[in-house]
Ligand binder design. Structure first.
Ligand SMILES: *Cc1c(COP(=O)(O)O)cnc(C)c1O
Length: 369
């Protein structure tokens, strides 16, 4: 076939993806567990079953699945508002906080606009930015594996529309201190939306990270992002939310896929907030385990940054990482490996955690960082 024929016979051409989509990095999902002796420590899920009140709320709502959910999620937004002492107008919900983040980026960025974020940070950031046709601007973490806020402020240009801050940072676990974040907000243009992604905030020690609500009240260009996927144990239901000024939150609701948050998810999220003390008790057990594991790993010879999430971050150069990946695979422990950087391990029940500690003991002598 000649090229003339190709042009003349478009019916032989196949559909193609937009360039931005073809060039997207793939989100690498945490691998699924299959089998009783597999420890699923790759996705920072809660190892607990959902709170009983959440399971009951889902069972109760299941009989009405023939109906669409409340598109405005009024009851849930009011419950979140009461929880954080804001108004329901300042709350936007979405299918996971990743869903809300997609609404934020598509709602604020035109093609070619820039979104600044730290790297390494959450894998979904560059994907959502490129999907929107915006430009990801990655700013390397500092030597202590936290956000380099001076460099991030310097990376802001006239095209910057959004800055994404992740505290505590996934995958390194390092938080951003309140004072440093406030100084950053003072230095950043007030028309740039600063998103504080607090997916792990429930696991953070009081005072380790920012008082994001106080910052939001002082700086109207702050947007707080939270989720029911991690400490609340509802990863499978898909519900998260943003706190932002009424004008921004209303815009986010307009960009949402209609009915994206199911009635089951809305009911379960409300029940989970009502069971906050039970959630907190579970979280405190995970935090105790985090402290125990970090101490044990340091005694083994690993050098860890203090982590504030429900996960540990073990730095490893390429040769060590390859050994660790093989060892974790052979042991039936699912963890998240980041080429060239290290491995992220979810803190779970003591039995699984002890398996991790025993495995890592054999490799501590090879660590170089
Ligand atoms: C897990 C995670 C989320 C939450 O994702 P959902 O869509 O709410 O399940 C958001 N941000 C970060 C940094 C995360 O690690």
């Amino acid at each position: 076939m000649t090229s003339d024929q190709l042009v003349a016979a478009p019916e032989t051409a196949l559909p193609t993806l937009r360039g931005a989509v073809a060039g997207l990095p793939s989100y690498v999902p945490g691998r699924r567990s299959a089998g009783a002796d597999i420890a699923a420590l790759a996705s920072n899920e809660s190892h607990y079953e959902p709170l009983p009140a959440a399971t009951a709320a889902v069972a109760e709502a299941a009989g009405r699945m023939n109906r669409y959910p409340d598109m405005a999620a009024v009851e849930l937004r009011e419950r979140i508002a009461r929880h954080l002492r804001v108004t329901a107008e300042e709350v936007a919900v979405g299918p996971g906080s990743v869903g809300v983040l997609q609404q934020i980026i598509t709602g604020l960025c035109d093609a070619g606009d820039e979104v600044v974020f730290a790297w390494r940070s959450f894998e979904a950031y560059p994907i959502l930015v490129e999907l929107a046709g915006a430009r990801p601007v990655r700013v390397p973490l500092d030597d202590a594996e936290g956000h380099d806020l001076d460099a991030m402020a310097a990376a802001v240009t006239g095209r910057t529309k959004v800055i994404l801050l992740c505290t505590p940072n996934n995958p390194t676990g390092v938080p951003i201190s309140h004072d440093r974040l406030e100084a950053f907000l003072q230095s950043v243009r007030s028309d740039v939306l600063v998103v504080i992604d607090e997916a792990y905030v429930e696991y953070a020690d009081a005072g380790s990270g920012p008082d994001s609500l106080a910052l939001y009240r002082r700086y109207p260009n702050v947007c707080i992002l939270r989720t029911f996927s991690k400490a609340y144990g509802l990863a499978g239901l898909r519900v998260g939310y943003a706190i932002a000024t009424a004008a921004i939150a209303e815009g986010l609701r307009r960009t949402a896929l209609p009915f994206a948050v199911s009635a089951l998810a809305q009911k379960a999220a409300i029940a989970s907030l009502d069971a906050g003390e039970e959630m907190a008790a579970r979280v405190s057990l995970v935090k105790q385990e985090r402290i125990r594991m970090a101490a044990e790993l340091e005694a083994q010879g690993w050098k860890l940054q203090p982590t504030q999430g429900n996960f540990l971050w073990v730095r490893a150069d390429a040769p060590l990482l390859a050994l660790l990946v093989d060892a974790f695979n052979a042991a039936g422990i699912l963890v998240r490996a980041y080429q060239g950087d290290g491995v992220r391990i979810t803190v779970a029940d003591p039995v699984s955690n002890n398996r991790v500690l025993r495995l890592l003991a054999d490799y501590a002598s090879l660590t170089t960082s």
